[in-house]
Ligand binder design. Structure first.
Ligand code: SPV
Ligand code: MG
Length: 538
Protein backbone atom coordinates (compact mmCIF):
# COMPACT_ATOMS: atom_id res chain seq x y z
CA UNK A 1 0.00 0.00 0.00
CA UNK A 2 1.33 3.38 -0.96
CA UNK A 3 1.87 5.61 2.06
CA UNK A 4 0.83 9.23 2.04
CA UNK A 5 4.53 10.17 1.97
CA UNK A 6 5.10 7.99 -1.10
CA UNK A 7 2.09 9.50 -2.81
CA UNK A 8 3.29 13.05 -2.22
CA UNK A 9 6.78 12.20 -3.37
CA UNK A 10 5.47 10.74 -6.60
CA UNK A 11 3.34 13.84 -7.23
CA UNK A 12 6.31 16.13 -6.69
CA UNK A 13 8.62 13.98 -8.81
CA UNK A 14 6.09 13.29 -11.55
CA UNK A 15 7.04 14.23 -15.09
CA UNK A 16 3.83 16.09 -15.82
CA UNK A 17 2.50 19.25 -14.19
CA UNK A 18 0.54 18.48 -11.00
CA UNK A 19 -1.89 20.60 -8.96
CA UNK A 20 -2.76 20.74 -5.30
CA UNK A 21 -5.42 22.81 -3.60
CA UNK A 22 -5.54 24.51 -0.23
CA UNK A 23 -7.60 23.19 2.66
CA UNK A 24 -7.79 24.56 6.17
CA UNK A 25 -9.85 22.11 8.21
CA UNK A 26 -11.30 18.63 8.06
CA UNK A 27 -14.30 19.37 5.91
CA UNK A 28 -12.46 21.51 3.36
CA UNK A 29 -9.83 18.76 3.12
CA UNK A 30 -12.55 16.18 2.44
CA UNK A 31 -14.02 18.46 -0.23
CA UNK A 32 -10.64 18.88 -1.92
CA UNK A 33 -10.15 15.12 -2.06
CA UNK A 34 -13.64 14.53 -3.48
CA UNK A 35 -13.03 17.13 -6.17
CA UNK A 36 -10.29 14.84 -7.46
CA UNK A 37 -7.09 16.45 -6.18
CA UNK A 38 -4.24 14.09 -5.43
CA UNK A 39 -2.87 16.11 -2.52
CA UNK A 40 -3.67 19.05 -0.24
CA UNK A 41 -1.84 22.25 0.56
CA UNK A 42 -2.12 22.90 4.31
CA UNK A 43 -1.99 26.65 3.89
CA UNK A 44 -0.71 28.72 6.81
CA UNK A 45 -2.69 31.70 5.60
CA UNK A 46 -5.96 29.78 5.31
CA UNK A 47 -5.53 27.93 8.58
CA UNK A 48 -4.77 31.20 10.38
CA UNK A 49 -7.83 32.74 8.74
CA UNK A 50 -10.16 29.97 9.82
CA UNK A 51 -8.87 30.45 13.37
CA UNK A 52 -9.61 34.17 12.89
CA UNK A 53 -6.00 35.22 13.43
CA UNK A 54 -3.29 36.76 11.25
CA UNK A 55 -0.84 34.82 9.14
CA UNK A 56 2.00 35.91 11.43
CA UNK A 57 2.50 32.81 13.54
CA UNK A 58 -0.29 33.88 15.85
CA UNK A 59 -1.68 30.35 15.83
CA UNK A 60 0.85 28.15 17.59
CA UNK A 61 2.49 25.34 15.65
CA UNK A 62 0.78 22.74 17.82
CA UNK A 63 -2.60 24.27 17.00
CA UNK A 64 -1.69 23.95 13.34
CA UNK A 65 -0.61 20.34 13.81
CA UNK A 66 -3.83 19.53 15.67
CA UNK A 67 -5.84 20.89 12.76
CA UNK A 68 -3.73 18.87 10.33
CA UNK A 69 -4.63 15.75 12.24
CA UNK A 70 -8.33 16.39 11.55
CA UNK A 71 -7.54 17.08 7.91
CA UNK A 72 -5.50 13.93 7.56
CA UNK A 73 -8.12 11.81 9.31
CA UNK A 74 -10.80 13.15 6.98
CA UNK A 75 -8.87 12.23 3.83
CA UNK A 76 -6.77 9.57 2.13
CA UNK A 77 -4.62 11.91 0.05
CA UNK A 78 -1.34 13.37 1.31
CA UNK A 79 -1.00 16.81 2.87
CA UNK A 80 1.92 19.13 2.24
CA UNK A 81 2.05 21.52 5.18
CA UNK A 82 2.94 25.15 4.70
CA UNK A 83 5.26 25.10 7.72
CA UNK A 84 6.14 28.83 7.56
CA UNK A 85 9.73 29.17 8.80
CA UNK A 86 9.69 25.86 10.67
CA UNK A 87 8.46 27.73 13.77
CA UNK A 88 11.95 28.46 15.17
CA UNK A 89 15.46 27.19 14.60
CA UNK A 90 16.80 23.80 13.42
CA UNK A 91 15.70 22.17 16.66
CA UNK A 92 12.10 23.34 16.32
CA UNK A 93 12.21 22.06 12.76
CA UNK A 94 13.29 18.61 13.94
CA UNK A 95 10.45 18.43 16.39
CA UNK A 96 8.01 19.65 13.74
CA UNK A 97 9.06 16.94 11.28
CA UNK A 98 8.76 14.25 13.94
CA UNK A 99 5.31 15.39 14.99
CA UNK A 100 4.12 15.71 11.38
CA UNK A 101 5.23 12.19 10.60
CA UNK A 102 3.48 10.92 13.71
CA UNK A 103 0.27 12.47 12.38
CA UNK A 104 0.68 11.05 8.91
CA UNK A 105 1.46 14.37 7.21
CA UNK A 106 3.47 13.70 4.07
CA UNK A 107 5.70 16.72 3.80
CA UNK A 108 6.46 20.26 4.86
CA UNK A 109 7.41 23.40 3.03
CA UNK A 110 9.54 25.90 4.91
CA UNK A 111 10.34 29.43 3.76
CA UNK A 112 13.61 31.32 4.19
CA UNK A 113 12.24 34.16 6.30
CA UNK A 114 12.57 35.05 9.95
CA UNK A 115 10.23 34.01 12.73
CA UNK A 116 7.57 35.30 13.19
CA UNK A 117 6.95 35.49 9.45
CA UNK A 118 4.47 37.75 7.69
CA UNK A 119 2.33 36.75 4.73
CA UNK A 120 4.29 37.16 1.50
CA UNK A 121 1.74 39.58 0.05
CA UNK A 122 2.28 42.09 2.84
CA UNK A 123 4.74 44.96 2.30
CA UNK A 124 8.09 43.63 1.00
CA UNK A 125 10.00 45.82 3.48
CA UNK A 126 8.53 43.62 6.19
CA UNK A 127 9.99 40.41 4.76
CA UNK A 128 13.47 39.99 6.28
CA UNK A 129 15.10 36.89 4.85
CA UNK A 130 16.80 34.17 6.86
CA UNK A 131 20.55 33.70 6.78
CA UNK A 132 21.29 31.14 4.07
CA UNK A 133 23.48 28.93 6.24
CA UNK A 134 21.05 28.96 9.09
CA UNK A 135 18.24 27.96 6.70
CA UNK A 136 20.36 25.21 5.14
CA UNK A 137 20.99 23.85 8.66
CA UNK A 138 17.24 23.75 9.18
CA UNK A 139 16.72 21.75 5.98
CA UNK A 140 19.51 19.33 6.95
CA UNK A 141 18.14 18.91 10.46
CA UNK A 142 14.69 18.12 9.06
CA UNK A 143 16.04 15.61 6.55
CA UNK A 144 18.26 13.96 9.17
CA UNK A 145 15.43 13.35 11.59
CA UNK A 146 12.68 12.20 9.21
CA UNK A 147 11.79 8.57 9.86
CA UNK A 148 10.20 7.88 6.47
CA UNK A 149 12.56 8.29 3.52
CA UNK A 150 9.66 9.54 1.43
CA UNK A 151 8.72 12.45 3.71
CA UNK A 152 9.28 15.58 1.60
CA UNK A 153 10.87 18.86 2.58
CA UNK A 154 10.21 21.68 0.15
CA UNK A 155 12.45 24.74 0.44
CA UNK A 156 10.64 27.97 -0.34
CA UNK A 157 12.65 30.84 -1.71
CA UNK A 158 11.34 34.28 -0.76
CA UNK A 159 14.05 36.36 -2.42
CA UNK A 160 11.71 37.65 -5.15
CA UNK A 161 9.04 38.48 -2.57
CA UNK A 162 11.54 40.46 -0.49
CA UNK A 163 12.80 42.31 -3.58
CA UNK A 164 16.26 40.72 -3.82
CA UNK A 165 16.07 39.67 -7.46
CA UNK A 166 16.65 36.62 -9.58
CA UNK A 167 20.34 36.07 -8.84
CA UNK A 168 19.82 35.89 -5.10
CA UNK A 169 16.82 33.62 -5.63
CA UNK A 170 18.84 31.20 -7.74
CA UNK A 171 21.80 31.06 -5.40
CA UNK A 172 19.53 30.43 -2.43
CA UNK A 173 17.69 27.69 -4.30
CA UNK A 174 20.97 26.03 -5.17
CA UNK A 175 22.16 26.17 -1.55
CA UNK A 176 18.90 24.58 -0.40
CA UNK A 177 19.21 21.85 -3.02
CA UNK A 178 22.69 21.07 -1.74
CA UNK A 179 21.36 21.00 1.82
CA UNK A 180 19.02 18.16 0.81
CA UNK A 181 15.67 19.76 -0.05
CA UNK A 182 13.37 17.56 -2.16
CA UNK A 183 11.92 20.46 -4.15
CA UNK A 184 12.15 24.23 -4.43
CA UNK A 185 9.19 26.57 -4.22
CA UNK A 186 9.82 29.89 -5.90
CA UNK A 187 7.32 32.50 -4.79
CA UNK A 188 6.37 35.74 -6.50
CA UNK A 189 3.79 38.43 -5.93
CA UNK A 190 4.07 39.85 -9.42
CA UNK A 191 0.90 39.93 -11.48
CA UNK A 192 2.88 38.60 -14.40
CA UNK A 193 4.65 35.25 -14.50
CA UNK A 194 7.86 36.69 -16.00
CA UNK A 195 10.13 36.38 -12.97
CA UNK A 196 8.89 32.87 -12.22
CA UNK A 197 9.42 31.78 -15.82
CA UNK A 198 12.88 33.40 -15.83
CA UNK A 199 13.74 31.52 -12.65
CA UNK A 200 12.46 28.23 -14.10
CA UNK A 201 14.56 28.74 -17.21
CA UNK A 202 17.77 29.30 -15.25
CA UNK A 203 16.94 26.59 -12.74
CA UNK A 204 16.87 23.94 -15.45
CA UNK A 205 14.94 21.47 -13.36
CA UNK A 206 17.75 20.77 -10.92
CA UNK A 207 15.05 19.87 -8.44
CA UNK A 208 11.28 19.80 -8.95
CA UNK A 209 9.97 23.36 -9.03
CA UNK A 210 6.83 24.41 -7.17
CA UNK A 211 4.91 27.66 -7.72
CA UNK A 212 1.97 29.52 -6.14
CA UNK A 213 0.23 31.53 -8.87
CA UNK A 214 -2.07 33.48 -6.56
CA UNK A 215 -1.13 36.84 -8.09
CA UNK A 216 -0.27 35.77 -11.65
CA UNK A 217 -3.36 33.58 -11.83
CA UNK A 218 -4.32 34.72 -15.33
CA UNK A 219 -1.27 33.01 -16.82
CA UNK A 220 -2.40 30.13 -19.05
CA UNK A 221 -1.58 26.88 -17.28
CA UNK A 222 0.25 25.63 -20.34
CA UNK A 223 2.91 28.27 -19.79
CA UNK A 224 3.79 26.50 -16.53
CA UNK A 225 3.84 23.16 -18.29
CA UNK A 226 6.17 24.48 -20.96
CA UNK A 227 8.44 25.93 -18.27
CA UNK A 228 8.86 22.44 -16.77
CA UNK A 229 7.25 23.41 -13.52
CA UNK A 230 6.35 20.35 -11.44
CA UNK A 231 3.67 21.48 -9.05
CA UNK A 232 1.14 24.31 -8.92
CA UNK A 233 -0.33 25.22 -5.53
CA UNK A 234 -3.75 26.86 -5.59
CA UNK A 235 -3.03 28.29 -2.18
CA UNK A 236 -6.12 29.95 -0.73
CA UNK A 237 -9.13 29.35 -2.92
CA UNK A 238 -11.16 27.24 -0.53
CA UNK A 239 -11.09 29.73 2.32
CA UNK A 240 -11.85 32.54 -0.10
CA UNK A 241 -14.83 30.71 -1.66
CA UNK A 242 -16.40 29.82 1.65
CA UNK A 243 -15.77 33.26 3.13
CA UNK A 244 -17.51 34.95 0.22
CA UNK A 245 -20.58 32.78 0.66
CA UNK A 246 -20.62 33.30 4.42
CA UNK A 247 -20.41 37.08 4.10
CA UNK A 248 -23.22 37.16 1.52
CA UNK A 249 -25.53 34.79 3.36
CA UNK A 250 -25.00 36.18 6.85
CA UNK A 251 -26.04 39.61 5.57
CA UNK A 252 -29.10 38.19 3.86
CA UNK A 253 -30.20 36.30 6.94
CA UNK A 254 -29.67 39.33 9.15
CA UNK A 255 -31.58 41.63 6.84
CA UNK A 256 -34.52 39.36 6.07
CA UNK A 257 -34.82 37.84 9.56
CA UNK A 258 -35.36 34.58 7.71
CA UNK A 259 -33.41 31.82 6.05
CA UNK A 260 -36.12 31.06 3.49
CA UNK A 261 -34.29 32.93 0.70
CA UNK A 262 -31.06 31.07 1.02
CA UNK A 263 -32.15 27.57 2.01
CA UNK A 264 -32.06 26.25 -1.55
CA UNK A 265 -28.76 27.94 -2.31
CA UNK A 266 -26.65 26.49 0.46
CA UNK A 267 -25.30 23.03 1.10
CA UNK A 268 -27.87 20.64 2.50
CA UNK A 269 -27.43 19.21 5.96
CA UNK A 270 -27.38 15.76 4.31
CA UNK A 271 -24.40 16.77 2.18
CA UNK A 272 -22.52 17.84 5.31
CA UNK A 273 -23.44 14.52 6.94
CA UNK A 274 -22.05 12.81 3.90
CA UNK A 275 -18.76 14.72 4.10
CA UNK A 276 -18.56 13.84 7.77
CA UNK A 277 -18.88 10.17 6.85
CA UNK A 278 -22.08 9.37 8.72
CA UNK A 279 -22.66 6.27 6.60
CA UNK A 280 -19.58 4.63 8.00
CA UNK A 281 -20.77 5.38 11.53
CA UNK A 282 -24.18 3.87 10.79
CA UNK A 283 -22.57 0.69 9.54
CA UNK A 284 -20.29 0.57 12.58
CA UNK A 285 -23.25 1.10 14.90
CA UNK A 286 -25.04 -1.74 13.24
CA UNK A 287 -21.96 -3.93 13.54
CA UNK A 288 -20.90 -3.06 17.10
CA UNK A 289 -24.14 -2.03 18.77
CA UNK A 290 -26.42 -4.35 16.87
CA UNK A 291 -28.57 -1.38 15.94
CA UNK A 292 -30.88 -1.61 12.98
CA UNK A 293 -30.17 1.88 11.85
CA UNK A 294 -31.39 1.50 8.33
CA UNK A 295 -34.75 0.21 9.39
CA UNK A 296 -37.46 2.82 9.46
CA UNK A 297 -40.84 2.83 11.09
CA UNK A 298 -44.08 3.80 9.39
CA UNK A 299 -46.73 4.40 12.00
CA UNK A 300 -50.36 4.80 11.02
CA UNK A 301 -52.06 7.26 13.32
CA UNK A 302 -54.76 8.95 11.27
CA UNK A 303 -57.93 7.87 13.03
CA UNK A 304 -59.72 9.68 15.76
CA UNK A 305 -60.83 6.74 17.88
CA UNK A 306 -64.35 8.04 18.29
CA UNK A 307 -65.19 5.24 20.74
CA UNK A 308 -63.03 7.20 23.17
CA UNK A 309 -65.48 10.12 22.98
CA UNK A 310 -64.34 13.28 24.73
CA UNK A 311 -60.80 12.01 25.13
CA UNK A 312 -60.27 12.40 21.41
CA UNK A 313 -62.16 15.67 21.06
CA UNK A 314 -59.01 17.65 20.33
CA UNK A 315 -56.50 14.95 19.40
CA UNK A 316 -56.27 11.54 17.74
CA UNK A 317 -56.24 8.53 20.00
CA UNK A 318 -52.52 8.04 19.53
CA UNK A 319 -52.02 11.29 21.42
CA UNK A 320 -53.88 10.09 24.51
CA UNK A 321 -51.53 10.08 27.44
CA UNK A 322 -51.00 6.83 29.21
CA UNK A 323 -48.86 6.82 32.31
CA UNK A 324 -47.96 10.45 31.58
CA UNK A 325 -46.83 9.85 27.99
CA UNK A 326 -48.70 9.94 24.69
CA UNK A 327 -49.27 6.51 23.18
CA UNK A 328 -47.48 7.55 20.02
CA UNK A 329 -44.49 8.91 21.94
CA UNK A 330 -44.20 5.56 23.69
CA UNK A 331 -44.22 3.73 20.37
CA UNK A 332 -41.66 6.06 18.79
CA UNK A 333 -39.39 5.73 21.82
CA UNK A 334 -39.64 1.95 21.70
CA UNK A 335 -38.48 2.08 18.09
CA UNK A 336 -35.68 4.44 19.03
CA UNK A 337 -34.58 2.22 21.87
CA UNK A 338 -33.77 -0.60 19.51
CA UNK A 339 -32.08 1.69 17.02
CA UNK A 340 -34.92 2.59 14.62
CA UNK A 341 -34.50 6.31 14.68
CA UNK A 342 -36.53 7.30 11.67
CA UNK A 343 -40.26 7.22 12.31
CA UNK A 344 -42.74 8.43 9.72
CA UNK A 345 -46.14 9.03 11.26
CA UNK A 346 -49.20 9.23 9.03
CA UNK A 347 -51.58 11.58 10.78
CA UNK A 348 -55.11 12.59 9.82
CA UNK A 349 -57.61 13.60 12.47
CA UNK A 350 -56.26 16.67 14.34
CA UNK A 351 -52.87 16.11 12.76
CA UNK A 352 -51.71 19.47 14.08
CA UNK A 353 -52.00 18.23 17.66
CA UNK A 354 -49.19 15.71 17.16
CA UNK A 355 -46.22 17.43 18.74
CA UNK A 356 -43.77 14.64 19.29
CA UNK A 357 -40.15 15.33 18.58
CA UNK A 358 -38.01 13.20 16.32
CA UNK A 359 -40.72 12.11 13.89
CA UNK A 360 -41.72 13.09 10.39
CA UNK A 361 -45.41 13.58 9.77
CA UNK A 362 -47.33 12.84 6.59
CA UNK A 363 -50.98 13.82 6.45
CA UNK A 364 -53.81 11.65 5.18
CA UNK A 365 -56.51 14.14 4.18
CA UNK A 366 -58.95 11.32 3.49
CA UNK A 367 -58.83 9.96 7.02
CA UNK A 368 -62.59 10.42 7.51
CA UNK A 369 -63.69 8.48 4.46
CA UNK A 370 -60.67 6.24 4.06
CA UNK A 371 -59.18 3.25 5.77
CA UNK A 372 -55.64 2.20 6.69
CA UNK A 373 -54.36 1.39 3.22
CA UNK A 374 -54.85 4.95 2.07
CA UNK A 375 -52.86 6.08 5.11
CA UNK A 376 -50.06 3.76 4.13
CA UNK A 377 -50.12 5.21 0.63
CA UNK A 378 -49.51 8.65 2.16
CA UNK A 379 -46.13 7.38 3.32
CA UNK A 380 -45.29 5.62 0.06
CA UNK A 381 -42.49 8.07 -0.76
CA UNK A 382 -40.89 7.13 2.52
CA UNK A 383 -40.85 3.42 1.82
CA UNK A 384 -37.53 1.77 2.37
CA UNK A 385 -35.99 -1.62 1.77
CA UNK A 386 -36.20 -2.30 5.48
CA UNK A 387 -39.18 -1.01 7.42
CA UNK A 388 -41.60 -1.78 10.18
CA UNK A 389 -45.20 -0.79 9.54
CA UNK A 390 -47.28 -0.46 12.67
CA UNK A 391 -50.59 0.86 13.90
CA UNK A 392 -50.16 3.84 16.16
CA UNK A 393 -52.48 2.66 18.93
CA UNK A 394 -50.42 -0.31 20.06
CA UNK A 395 -48.74 -0.79 23.37
CA UNK A 396 -46.21 -3.56 23.21
CA UNK A 397 -43.23 -4.86 25.07
CA UNK A 398 -39.87 -4.11 23.54
CA UNK A 399 -38.95 -7.76 22.95
CA UNK A 400 -41.77 -8.11 20.41
CA UNK A 401 -40.13 -5.60 18.14
CA UNK A 402 -36.62 -6.83 18.83
CA UNK A 403 -37.54 -10.42 17.99
CA UNK A 404 -39.48 -9.39 14.90
CA UNK A 405 -36.33 -7.83 13.48
CA UNK A 406 -34.55 -11.16 13.78
CA UNK A 407 -37.10 -13.15 11.78
CA UNK A 408 -36.39 -13.95 8.14
CA UNK A 409 -38.96 -13.16 5.49
CA UNK A 410 -39.87 -10.50 2.96
CA UNK A 411 -42.96 -9.57 4.93
CA UNK A 412 -43.31 -10.84 8.49
CA UNK A 413 -46.40 -10.09 10.54
CA UNK A 414 -46.70 -10.42 14.32
CA UNK A 415 -49.48 -12.75 15.42
CA UNK A 416 -50.57 -13.19 19.03
CA UNK A 417 -51.43 -16.86 19.41
CA UNK A 418 -53.04 -16.35 22.83
CA UNK A 419 -56.59 -16.25 21.55
CA UNK A 420 -57.85 -15.81 25.09
CA UNK A 421 -55.73 -12.68 25.66
CA UNK A 422 -58.09 -10.54 27.78
CA UNK A 423 -56.40 -7.37 26.59
CA UNK A 424 -57.77 -7.75 23.10
CA UNK A 425 -60.91 -5.80 22.53
CA UNK A 426 -62.58 -4.45 19.42
CA UNK A 427 -62.60 -6.72 16.40
CA UNK A 428 -59.10 -8.01 15.96
CA UNK A 429 -57.82 -9.36 12.68
CA UNK A 430 -57.79 -13.11 12.84
CA UNK A 431 -54.76 -14.78 11.33
CA UNK A 432 -55.09 -18.13 9.59
CA UNK A 433 -51.65 -19.63 9.33
CA UNK A 434 -49.90 -22.71 7.93
CA UNK A 435 -49.31 -24.04 11.43
CA UNK A 436 -50.54 -23.14 14.88
CA UNK A 437 -48.16 -21.88 17.54
CA UNK A 438 -46.74 -24.81 19.50
CA UNK A 439 -44.91 -22.35 21.77
CA UNK A 440 -41.54 -23.77 20.91
CA UNK A 441 -38.98 -21.02 20.65
CA UNK A 442 -37.76 -22.14 17.27
CA UNK A 443 -40.89 -21.98 15.18
CA UNK A 444 -39.89 -20.98 11.71
CA UNK A 445 -41.37 -20.54 8.28
CA UNK A 446 -44.92 -20.10 9.44
CA UNK A 447 -46.89 -18.82 6.50
CA UNK A 448 -49.90 -16.58 6.63
CA UNK A 449 -52.87 -17.95 4.68
CA UNK A 450 -55.37 -15.22 5.32
CA UNK A 451 -56.27 -12.35 7.59
CA UNK A 452 -59.89 -11.89 8.37
CA UNK A 453 -62.00 -9.80 10.68
CA UNK A 454 -64.75 -12.40 10.58
CA UNK A 455 -64.59 -15.91 11.91
CA UNK A 456 -64.46 -18.28 8.97
CA UNK A 457 -67.51 -20.35 8.34
CA UNK A 458 -65.53 -23.45 7.42
CA UNK A 459 -64.99 -23.96 11.13
CA UNK A 460 -61.31 -23.53 10.83
CA UNK A 461 -59.97 -22.03 14.00
CA UNK A 462 -57.68 -19.09 13.54
CA UNK A 463 -54.09 -19.28 14.75
CA UNK A 464 -54.22 -15.95 16.53
CA UNK A 465 -54.63 -12.21 16.15
CA UNK A 466 -52.54 -9.97 13.97
CA UNK A 467 -51.41 -7.20 16.31
CA UNK A 468 -51.04 -4.58 13.59
CA UNK A 469 -47.30 -4.70 13.14
CA UNK A 470 -45.18 -6.07 10.31
CA UNK A 471 -41.62 -6.08 9.13
CA UNK A 472 -41.04 -5.45 5.42
CA UNK A 473 -37.81 -6.04 3.54
CA UNK A 474 -36.83 -5.18 -0.04
CA UNK A 475 -38.87 -7.80 -1.89
CA UNK A 476 -41.85 -7.27 0.41
CA UNK A 477 -41.70 -3.58 -0.29
CA UNK A 478 -41.91 -4.33 -4.02
CA UNK A 479 -44.95 -6.55 -3.45
CA UNK A 480 -46.66 -3.83 -1.44
CA UNK A 481 -45.90 -1.21 -4.09
CA UNK A 482 -47.15 -3.47 -6.88
CA UNK A 483 -50.30 -4.31 -4.93
CA UNK A 484 -51.03 -0.64 -4.26
CA UNK A 485 -50.53 0.09 -7.94
CA UNK A 486 -52.90 -2.71 -8.97
CA UNK A 487 -55.53 -1.99 -6.34
CA UNK A 488 -55.63 1.76 -6.86
CA UNK A 489 -58.08 1.76 -9.79
CA UNK A 490 -60.61 -0.21 -7.72
CA UNK A 491 -63.63 1.96 -6.74
CA UNK A 492 -63.41 0.89 -3.10
CA UNK A 493 -59.67 1.52 -2.84
CA UNK A 494 -60.07 4.08 -0.09
CA UNK A 495 -62.00 1.60 1.99
CA UNK A 496 -59.29 -1.06 1.92
CA UNK A 497 -57.48 -2.12 5.06
CA UNK A 498 -54.00 -3.49 5.65
CA UNK A 499 -55.42 -7.03 5.92
CA UNK A 500 -56.98 -6.46 2.49
CA UNK A 501 -53.57 -5.52 1.19
CA UNK A 502 -51.89 -8.55 2.75
CA UNK A 503 -54.58 -10.90 1.48
CA UNK A 504 -54.18 -9.51 -2.00
CA UNK A 505 -50.43 -10.11 -1.85
CA UNK A 506 -51.07 -13.71 -0.73
CA UNK A 507 -53.46 -14.14 -3.66
CA UNK A 508 -50.62 -13.14 -5.96
CA UNK A 509 -48.73 -16.19 -4.73
CA UNK A 510 -46.31 -14.37 -2.46
CA UNK A 511 -45.22 -15.70 0.90
CA UNK A 512 -45.98 -13.71 4.03
CA UNK A 513 -44.37 -15.07 7.17
CA UNK A 514 -45.65 -15.05 10.72
CA UNK A 515 -43.85 -14.33 13.96
CA UNK A 516 -45.81 -15.71 16.91
CA UNK A 517 -46.00 -14.01 20.27
CA UNK A 518 -48.15 -14.71 23.26
CA UNK A 519 -49.61 -11.59 24.85
CA UNK A 520 -47.47 -8.66 26.02
CA UNK A 521 -49.31 -6.12 23.91
CA UNK A 522 -52.62 -4.35 23.66
CA UNK A 523 -54.34 -1.91 21.41
CA UNK A 524 -56.36 1.01 22.64
CA UNK A 525 -59.93 1.04 21.45
CA UNK A 526 -62.06 1.95 24.43
CA UNK A 527 -62.02 3.70 27.79
CA UNK A 528 -61.53 0.30 29.44
CA UNK A 529 -58.47 -0.21 27.30
CA UNK A 530 -57.02 2.98 28.71
CA UNK A 531 -57.27 1.64 32.23
CA UNK A 532 -55.70 -1.58 31.09
CA UNK A 533 -53.01 0.38 29.26
CA UNK A 534 -52.25 2.24 32.47
CA UNK A 535 -51.64 -1.10 34.18
CA UNK A 536 -49.64 -2.34 31.20
CA UNK A 537 -47.19 0.53 31.45
CA UNK A 538 -46.63 0.19 35.21
C1 SPV B 1 -0.06 30.17 2.30
O1 SPV B 1 -0.96 29.63 1.65
O2 SPV B 1 -0.15 30.36 3.49
C2 SPV B 1 1.15 30.57 1.63
C3 SPV B 1 1.10 30.98 0.26
O3 SPV B 1 2.15 30.64 2.28
S1 SPV B 1 0.98 32.66 0.24
O4 SPV B 1 -0.14 33.07 1.05
O5 SPV B 1 0.85 32.98 -1.15
O6 SPV B 1 2.21 33.20 0.80
MG1 MG C 1 1.90 30.57 4.24
Amino acid sequence: MSTKCKKLRSIIKSNGLEFILEAHNGISAAIVERAGFKAIWGSGFAMSAQFGVRDSNEASWTQVVDMLEFMSDATTIPILLDGDTGYGNFNNMRRLVTKLEQRNIAGVCIEDKQFPKANSFIDSNKQPLADINEFCGKIKAGKDCQADDDFCIVARVEALIAGWGLKEALSRAEAYREAGADAVLIHSKSHRPDEILAFAKEWENRLPLVIVPTKYYSTPTDAFRKANISLVIWANHMIRSSTKEMIKNSKKIFKSESVADIEDKITTVEKIFNLQGVDELSQAQEKYLGEKLDTRAIILAATRGSELHGLTHDKPKTMIRIGGEALLARTVNKFKKIGINKSIVVAGYKAESIDISGIEIRVNKDYEIGNELISLVCAQNDFDDDMVISYGDLLFREHILRDLLEVDGDIVIVVDSALDNPNITGSPDLAYCSQNDDRSPFMQNIILKELSSVIRTDNKKSSGHWIGMMRVRKEGRNWIEEAIHELKPSPNFKKLTLPDLLNYIIEQGKIINVHYISGHWLDVNSIDDIDRAGDFTQ
